[in-house]
Write a protein that binds this ligand. Structure first.
Ligand code: ZN
Length: 124
């Protein structure tokens, strides 16, 4: 019996998108309160009754949050072009190393827009 868990955190970060024309507002330095969700799947531990300890995941996220929170994302190696797509990919690749159950990262840069990586096809 598999379960899907979602764990969310926020990042306050600045960025500009260097490949856009200067007429585009996102070419200028600006900030976002990114809402980042980790989706991970697994089976319950038969004794404890949970898939994963949220607290343990939160503790393991501290170094990534320190790296990204209240920073200019463009200055981070691998995020020189910090679109939401590239940020979702970066977080997925960094987190998958210690959270093998990770299935998807969702990065919402506003209430109205979000990016998911990787794409999980809808069941048929
Ligand atoms: Zn932006």
């Amino acid at each position: 019996m598999k379960f899907e868990l979602r764990q969310t955190f926020f990042l306050e970060s600045a960025r500009f998108l260097p490949h856009l024309p200067s007429s585009h507002p996102c070419s200028m330095m600006h900030g976002h309160s990114f809402k980042v969700s980790l989706i991970y799947w697994g089976t319950k531990d038969p004794l404890i009754g949970w898939v994963k300890d949220y607290h343990e995941v939160s503790e393991n996220l501290k170094s990534l949050k320190t790296l990204l929170d209240h920073k200019v994302l463009n200055q981070i190696s691998g995020l020189e072009n910090p679109t939401s797509e590239n940020l979702a990919y970066y977080i997925f690749e960094s987190t998958k190393k210690w959270l093998p159950e990770l299935a998807q990262v969702i990065v919402a840069e506003t209430e109205l827009t979000e990016c998911r990586y990787p794409h999980i096809p809808a069941p048929v």
